[in-house]
Design a protein around this ligand. Structure first.
Ligand SMILES: Nc1ncnc2c1ncn2[C@@H]1O[C@H](COP(=O)(O)OP(=O)(O)OP(=O)(O)O)[C@@H](O)[C@H]1O
Ligand SMILES: [Mg+2]
Length: 320
């Protein structure tokens, strides 16, 4: 049984223009101790997916279909009490904006204390707080700092440290290193990986940065327009991106050591999710599209070891 099993999760935002389906039947599994990367352009539904998994959505967002099972327990529709019992202690979330996630009127230390107290931590909370800050490379003197007294990168580290207070089984991270320079980003990622190896938690990691996921994630989910475009072992997707969108994303990223090639990128813009194109959502921007792409919504085809939502990979029909 996977640690996290998301099946056909569908999430809508109610807007003045009608319902926007920001997440459309997304299924994924995370095994204990695994590192899953989620990539895709801005607005493709990455944060919505994490919020849905953690059941932290609030109106106008709502889960309109599917299920999220954590360690065998259904989280969709679970009581606030049950969810609160899991949060921080077994599942923790590092939000996209660390500034908004930390309270501006409390010191870092008192926020850690609140979390530890709420979950009846029976150890020595000041020393646990110092320990986790040290783990992520922040001087524990900052336990008495307010979030605005820290740099953006330190706030992100303080959030990651808070997520580690109870050594959860699953940490959901939404662009947790975006405020760091490239060198600090690498070193924090290496630290996260080491902690993961040592403590055994699973990570779901959302980022725009293809080079980060290529180095750190075991498996990859490439999202486009609220759906999974391609998913599989990270190496397999990087070596042979099968979905034209995955190929475009990889082409848009410079290779530091490889030969100098012109970056092609992906022309056009992501679909308006209030009225997505019929058929394949990527078809209007796809260099390989044909008439058939506008006809029906392609399913995820299984081509071991990956799954890909593109008719180019539909199994060939055997003629009689
Ligand atoms: N409160 C809201 N009301 C209506 N639509 C929303 C709301 N929040 C998000 N959306 C829509 O849901 C879609 C997915 O948003 P989401 O924040 O999950 O994207 P993302 O992949 O995390 O993007 P980014 O990389 O910029 O963080 C977007 O198209 C966005 O317009
Ligand atoms: Mg986001």
């Amino acid at each position: 049984m996977p640690l996290l099993d998301v099946q056909d999760l569908t999430i809508e935002y109610g807007t003045a223009r009608g319902a926007v389906t920001a997440l459309d039947e997304v299924s994924l599994q995370v095994e204990a101790g695994e590192f899953l990367g989620i990539v895709g352009e801005s607005g493709c539904g990455k944060s919505t997916l994490l919020f849905g998994v953690a059941q932290l959505l609030s109106p106008p967002a709502a889960v309109t279909g599917g299920s999220v099972r954590f360690d065998g327990r259904e989280l969709v529709g679970a009581s606030v009490r049950d969810l609160n019992a899991l949060r921080w202690s077994r599942i923790s979330v590092v939000m996209q904006s660390a500034m908004n996630a930390l309270s501006p009127v409390k010191t870092v230390g008192s926020q850690y204390r609140d979390v530890l107290r709420a979950h009846r931590y029976d150890g020595d909370w000041p020393s646990r707080s110092r320990e986790v800050l040290e783990l992520v490379g922040v001087d524990p003197v900052h336990l008495s700092s307010y979030p605005h007294q820290l740099s953006g990168g330190m706030r992100q580290r303080a959030m990651i440290a808070m997520a580690l207070l109870f050594t959860p089984d699953l940490i959901l991270m939404d662009e947790p290193t975006s405020a760091l320079d490239v060198v600090a980003q690498r070193s924090l990622m290496v630290q996260i990986k080491e902690l993961q190896r040592e403590l055994g938690f699973a990570v779901v990691f959302v980022t725009h940065d293809m080079s980060l996921v290529s180095h750190f994630s075991d498996r990859l989910v490439v999202m486009y327009g609220g759906q999974i475009a391609e998913t599989g072992p990270t190496r397999a997707v990087f070596d042979t991106p099968r979905h034209p969108y995955s190929a475009g994303l990889l082409d848009a990223f410079p290779s530091i050591r490889g030969s100098r090639v012109r970056l092609t990128g992906i022309p056009g813009a992501p679909p308006d999710l209030a009225s997505p194109p019929p058929g394949c959502r990527f078809a209007p921007r796809c260099p390989s599209s044909s008439d058939i792409c506008a006809e029906g919504r392609p399913p995820l085809y299984r081509i071991d070891p990956v799954q890909v939502r593109c008719v180019l990979h539909a199994p060939k029909e055997v003629s009689a």
